[in-house]
Ligand binder design. Structure first.
Ligand SMILES: Cc1ncc(COP(=O)(O)O)c(C=O)c1O
Length: 460
């Protein structure tokens, strides 16, 4: 057996000894720089002040393009009507959700204590996984510390060099990052184009392939053609991965999600990811799918293995919200209804509002600057709206993004429409396009994109 090396014993320092190994605590302290015995480590050489100057140049370019981003801490008692968060069902402060989180902290503590495979799996994690899988109609589920981590896990564990990923151009950034990490070949197809998906799969031949899409796209709230995508996958033996972050709790019977609505939940070739941070009013994410897929992720997904388990409070809150949603399934339909009413109200006021398939409504802004000013005016008038600008918008058009919370009253919907249309910018020219990427002249060249673009079949 390995032994600890025996430490040489150091003689007790003589009084007044100033050597480095035996400092005399009673001696008057000399400043570090005055001490002639002190060896100066190499990294203590004067730091070149200019080392991060490129950051300032980039910030200036962002400022000029209207793309500056600032944090704005919100007070706990913010009186503003919130249409900017993702609390689709208004559950984040529901007494039952808060109680479930509080009880989880009292029982299990503030953190999970370790990664899921070591000490970070509590009985509460297991309960959440079983109930979530059952609610959404899948065999099994695996909970992650975020939806972002769940997406990275699904993409990296289910693909690799030699696999083809067929990817909707408007998919969420976490899926883009999953592609980058996967080292797979990626064919990016135009938004909501099953024809282009079929072309990409055919060109790939018979090798392993994964078609990846959001169920409800996060910026405009439009739905993916899941039935056609599943058909394309089955014709060519590909698997389908669907990010249902904006579908869970809103789409399908009682909010059981877009896969369940499309009768694809539980299929042997379909995997879903969700976040617990939107309709479930908590934090965290999950992958849902066939039991063998979930087992494979448990043993191989790096964002599962090398990450501390989701904190008990978040697990408890998600479980509390899920149970509440089961008892009150009408909450999902109400969120969709609020979205429709916001959209029609804004369109009637002459604004370019998206037609929602779930609980997200977006309204076009003529420029990033106009979007910021518009959102700010709405906030000052008591209505908080999301402000999406490049690079957070896939088509580089800036927008206001509204969350149609299921708990909004009729009066609140009316007030929101009134405020948003009252402060709408007058100018109609869209100056946003093409200004998503801000690069300074001395920036290093960007890495080549991993995405190969597949055109629509009719334009090929
Ligand atoms: C479509 C989509 N997928 C994944 C995520 C990431 O989820 P999380 O915030 O739990 O990391 C988001 C969050 O904004 C999202 O909109």
């Amino acid at each position: 057996m390995a032994q600890h090396p025996v430490q040489p014993t150091t003689p007790a320092p003589a009084p007044g000894d100033r050597s480095l190994s035996a400092p005399d605590a009673t001696a008057p302290s000399a400043s570090r720089d005055d001490d002639p015995h002190r060896a100066r480590p190499e990294h203590a050489a004067p730091a070149p002040a200019a080392v991060f100057d490129w950051i300032d140049r980039r910030a200036e370019l962002r400022r000029r393009a209207g793309l500056t981003r600032d944090l704005r801490p919100r007070p706990a008692d913010d009186p503003v009507l919130d249409l900017a968060g993702n609390d689709y069902l208004g559950l984040v402060r529901h007494p039952r959700v808060v109680r479930a989180a509080t009880e989880a902290v009292a029982r299990w503590g503030g953190g999970a204590t370790g990664s899921r495979l070591v000490t970070g799996t509590t009985q509460l994690h297991q309960e959440l996984e079983e109930e979530l899988a059952d609610f959404c109609g899948f065999e099994a589920a695996l909970v992650f510390s975020s939806g972002y981590a769940a997406n990275l896990a699904a993409l990296t564990a289910l693909t690799g060099p030699g696999t083809l990923i067929v990817f909707d151009a408007y998919n969420h950034a976490s899926l883009v990052d999953g592609c980058r990490l996967s080292r797979a070949k990626v064919a990016q197809v135009p938004h909501r184009e099953p024809g282009a998906v079929r072309t990409a799969l055919t060109e790939h031949g018979g090798g392993r392939a994964l078609v990846v899409t959001d169920s409800v796209f996060s910026v405009d709230g439009d739905a993916a053609p899941l039935t056609e995508l599943a058909r394309a996958c089955r014709a060519r033996g590909a698997a389908l991965l669907v990010d249902d972050a904006h579908g869970l709790g809103v789409v399908g019977d009682g909010g059981s999600g877009a896969l369940s609505a499309a009768e694809l939940a539980g299929s042997p070739d379909v995997v879903a990811t969700v976040t617990l941070s939107k309709s479930l009013g908590s934090q965290g994410g999950a992958v849902l799918g066939p039991r063998r897929v979930i087992r494979h992720l448990t043993e191989t997904a790096r964002t599962f293995i090398f990450d501390t388990g989701l904190a008990p409070a978040s697990v408890g809150a998600a479980l509390g919200a899920l149970r509440l949603l089961r008892e009150e399934p009408e909450r999902a339909a109400r969120a969709r209804e609020v979205a429709r009413r916001l959209s029609t109200g804004l369109a009637a006021a002459g604004l370019e509002a998206s037609v929602p398939d779930a609980a997200v409504v977006s309204v076009r802004a003529p420029s990033p600057e106009a979007a910021v000013t518009w959102a700010q005016a709405c906030r000052e008038a008591g209505v908080a709206v999301g402000c999406f600008r490049p690079p957070s918008t896939p088509d580089r058009h800036s927008r206001l993004r509204l969350t149609a919370r299921g708990d909004l009253t009729d009066d609140q919907i009316e007030r929101a429409v009134k405020v948003i249309s009252r402060w709408a910018p007058r100018s109609g020219t869209d100056t946003t396009c093409g200004r998503g990427s801000v690069r300074a002249a001395d920036d290093p060249p960007s890495a080549p994109s991993v995405m190969r673009t597949v055109k629509r079949p009719d334009r090929a």
